[in-house]
Design a protein around this ligand. Structure first.
Ligand code: ATP
Length: 289
């Protein structure tokens, strides 16, 4: 039997993000289109005989106790299956933290997928996604990966084909935003909603210009008001030649799309001139195994 495994945990971006209401349980009702990108944490899992969960992260400011979502994932799957095995989880963090890229959620999802394989648990991705929802609203999507419309709290998934291949240029400004804070400032009665059916159509047709045109996120206005610097990044992204640009999740990461490698390079160098954290990656967009 295998004793260790390495799992890739890709970040997600939001092509659209809409908030359609507030529920009685305190959560917001969302409708958002997410896709995975080739910017990934690497999660190493080593099975232990002793019944314990160790977390080791290569970044000091991320918790290595039960507050780490990877820890919670190991705990949830152990409780569900009654396994008395232990695990050491090593997180090689490459995804910016508190950035709107679901870094913690994708680590949790990778632990669920990885332990399922390492311990031969035989759970389906659907079961893992259900377990993931106990940890966070984005975890079910991260369990499956790919491209999907997420509704409800984010757990009702309708899968779509991968978007047209393109470069994704991301800028993470040096600040973090609290998702909770952004949600609390959204004015549900006075907002312009994204054209979600239009984006679904654009993805189904593989129409890159339409995908770029339909990028929209209702949280932008709130985050831009609080941090005008983030709005400026989007402005520059478009000035430097991105075919479309939008903020991901509650931010503050802003990304731009282009199909031209030369333009992606130009964007990288232009943005690097005034921002420390700039990444150029590809869309992945297809589901895990
Ligand atoms: P989302 O896009 O789902 O809103 P995010 O990308 O904005 O998430 P994360 O990177 O997931 O935010 O981090 C949010 C918080 O979660 C941070 O305060 C961080 O300390 C905590 N956290 C817990 N576990 C992890 C993990 N494995 N990786 C990163 N952050 C984690």
């Amino acid at each position: 039997m295998r004793e260790s495994i390495i799992v890739k945990a890709p970040a997600k971006i939001n092509l659209t993000l809409d908030v359609t209401g507030k529920r009685n349980d305190g959560y917001h009702e969302v409708e958002m289109i997410m896709t995975t990108i080739d910017l990934s944490d690497r999660i190493g899992l080593i099975s232990l005989e002793e019944d314990k969960i160790n977390i080791d992260v290569n970044q000091g400011f991320i918790p290595s106790n039960e507050n780490n979502l990877a820890y919670q994932a190991a705990k949830v799957i152990k409780d569900y299956t009654g396994s008395k095995k232990g695990v050491s989880v090593f997180i090689d963090k490459q995804i910016p933290v508190s950035a709107g890229l679901a870094g913690g959620s994708t680590d949790a999802a990778a632990v669920l997928r990885g332990l399922n394989e390492l311990w031969n648990l035989g759970l389906t991705l659907e079961e893992l996604a259900e377990l993931g929802l106990k940890i966070g609203s984005d975890v079910p999507f991260c369990v499956h990966g790919g491209t999907a419309v997420a509704r409800g709290r984010g757990e009702k998934l309708e899968f779509l084909p991968a978007p047209p291949p393109c470069w994704v240029v991301l800028v993470k400004p040096p600040m973090s935003v609290s998702t909770k804070d952004i949600y609390s400032r959204i004015d549900l009665n006075n907002m312009k909603h994204p054209d979600t059916p239009g984006m679904i159509n654009a993805i189904n047709q593989g129409a890159f210009p339409d995908v770029c045109q339909k990028l929209e996120n209702v949280m932008e206005e709130v985050t831009f008001n609080m941090h005008p610097q983030v709005a400026k990044i989007k402005q520059r992204m478009l000035q430097f030649g991105a075919d479309g640009s939008v903020m991901s999740g509650s931010g503050p990461t802003v990304f731009g799309l282009t199909q031209s490698e030369a333009r992606a390079e130009r964007l990288y160098h232009g943005l690097k001139g005034f921002m420390e954290e700039v990444y150029v990656v590809r869309i992945l967009g297809t589901k895990h195994g």
